[in-house]
Design a protein around this ligand. Structure first.
Ligand code: ATP
Ligand code: MG
Ligand code: MG
Ligand code: MG
Length: 491
């Protein structure tokens, strides 16, 4: 049976609601209360005050013991930066929805694992012989023992032992920061290829057919310093499953893109660009890069729609800068690879809105604002491209016959404006002109440095604000975390 993404989202929420979980609406994709994060990158972000034991925070009732939601997340920039994977693979997005469930000081490992398993096998009807689970295999350096309790819970459910795999702290130990709440996690993975038959010693969740779908974190320790942990005053469960991944599986064991969340967008894009159909190829099989471009543009327009709807406009700093970069990346992929006509991007917005409006009704009211914002930022980019291209052509027309290297001062100016370096390289090589590569590299490095410097500075100020308000935390046994910890917190 094919499930629509909308049905999967509501089935998840209903399943947990029937088990006494309160539905908590998604927060925006950035949190004015928590300036330590560029974007909300996991469902738990908005619950941090509960986890930190901050009873002053009025957002949630102190009676909230079990919660469920579907959270809009962005992982571009910051600690979780998946931007480089987007388009190149089939499972990472800049914007995605995380289906989450929580227990705050209520049930712990046994119930959490059993509920997740019941949802996947009873509600989603996934066959248990395609599922794998990982648990924390222990780590001397962290001073934490293997999570045998979780392993035994999975075994007691009847999962065969070769499918229950110990993993390293990198995958299966979660920490909010260098100090503070932390604990082992257990993750559920799915093998998309029904033909796979692994011998027990061959089982490996890094296989490219196997995709991680659900992360279940058990917050049971408080890290006091590098070497010591103490038990948390109350234990919490935090789980998150990617809606696009589970939808891909339930709509035919395919990728996130072969779903009702992306296919309408890819079709619309094809119509706008008059390009060849999407074939789902990746890496070296995607010879002309067209499939990758389809993925990049359809991913990025979702991120842009949600970001603008939540009040993050393309700009020059921090999260606004990332939104602008994502917009320009989408425009370049569209124009250069898919041969889209100029001003194509915003025509995809209504498709995004209609696919997500049932979960986030507010999107409909904001559609015009989103379109106008994207249009004006896209137009600005073409102004830059045209001005830059004119400058490149003019500079080349002024070059003396014996001059073969593009004038460095003009190149400096172009890079300062943010003119795409690949355009400079293409235009010059078309005319047989070379550029001073080491100088270009230096300029590009400076460009990113300047940007991150700005980003760091303004994050720093925000972090100080957060630190100040954190001083009164009920969780006072822990030392106040440093600003760099805060920047890494969450997710
Ligand atoms: P991966 O190892 O695939 O990068 P992760 O371990 O970083 O995922 P978690 O932080 O554990 O992901 O998040 C919980 C779930 O959210 C994942 O199991 C996955 O289903 C989903 N998810 C994480 N990152 C992305 C992303 N960039 N795009 C889509 N879904 C994602
Ligand atoms: Mg990841
Ligand atoms: Mg992972
Ligand atoms: Mg994970």
């Amino acid at each position: 049976r094919v499930h629509s993404s909308k049905d999967i989202r509501s089935a998840f929420i209903k399943f947990y609601q029937e088990k006494d979980h309160t539905f908590v609406p998604s927060s925006k994709v950035f949190s004015p209360e928590d300036q330590s994060l560029l974007f909300v990158n996991a469902g738990m972000n908005q619950f941090k005050p509960i986890i930190l034991g901050n009873s002053d925070d009025k957002r949630f009732s102190s009676h909230l013991k079990r919660a469920v939601n579907s959270q809009r997340c962005i992982r571009a920039g910051g600690k979780h930066n998946d931007l480089d994977d987007v388009g190149a693979d089939l499972s990472h997005h800049t914007f995605f929805e995380m289906l989450g469930s929580w227990s705050f000081g209520d049930y712990f490992k046994d119930v959490a694992c059993k509920l997740a398993w019941e949802f996947l096998t009873d509600i989603c009807k996934l066959s248990s012989d395609r599922l794998y689970v990982t648990y924390f295999g222990g780590c001397d350096i962290l001073g934490v023992k293997a999570d045998i309790e979780t392993r035994d819970i999975w075994l007691s459910i009847g999962i065969s032992p070769e499918r229950v795999l110990p993993c390293s702290p990198k995958e299966n130990f979660w920490e909010m920061g260098e100090t503070g709440p932390c604990g082992p996690s257990t993750e559920i993975h799915y093998d998309r290829n029904p033909a796979n038959r692994f011998a027990p010693e061959e089982v490996n969740v890094d296989n490219s057919d196997i995709v991680e779908i659900w992360n279940i974190v058990f917050m049971q320790y408080n890290r006091i310093n590098e070497k010591s942990l103490e038990p948390l005053h109350s234990f919490h469960v935090d789980t998150g499953m990617g809606l696009e991944r589970i939808t891909g599986i339930l709509q035919g064991n395919k990728s996130n893109y072969d779903t009702d969340l992306f296919m309408p967008l890819i079709s619309k894009l094809r119509e706008v660009c008059n390009s060849r159909p999407y074939q789902g190829k990746v890496g070296s099989e995607d010879l002309d890069g067209i499939d990758c471009a389809y993925r990049v543009v359809s991913d990025h327009i979702r991120m842009l729609t949600i970001a603008v709807a939540d009040g993050i406009y393309p700009g020059l700093r921090d999260r606004n800068l990332i939104v602008r970069q994502v917009l320009r990346r989408a425009v370049k992929s569209g124009i250069d690879t898919l041969k889209a006509p100029r001003m194509f991007l915003s025509s995809l917005v209504p498709t995004v809105v209609s696919s997500l409006a049932s979960a986030y009704p507010d999107l409909k009211n904001k559609q015009n604002e989103i379109i106008n914002t994207i249009d004006s930022s896209e137009r600005q980019f073409y102004d830059l491209i045209d001005k830059g291209t004119g400058t490149v052509m003019f500079a080349m027309s002024k070059m003396k016959p014996d001059q073969t290297i593009f004038p460095v001062d003009t190149m400096r100016k172009l890079m300062l404006w943010g003119y795409p370096e690949e355009y400079l390289l293409r235009l010059t090589s078309d005319k047989g002109v070379t550029v001073d590569q080491p100088e270009l590299k230096k300029l590009l490095e400076k460009r990113t440095l300047d940007k991150t410097k700005k980003t760091k500075q303004s994050v720093q100020i925000d972090v100080l604000k957060v630190q100040k308000s954190l001083k009164d935390l009920a969780f006072s046994k822990t030392e106040i975390v440093s600003s760099s910890d805060l920047k890494n917190a969450g997710g």
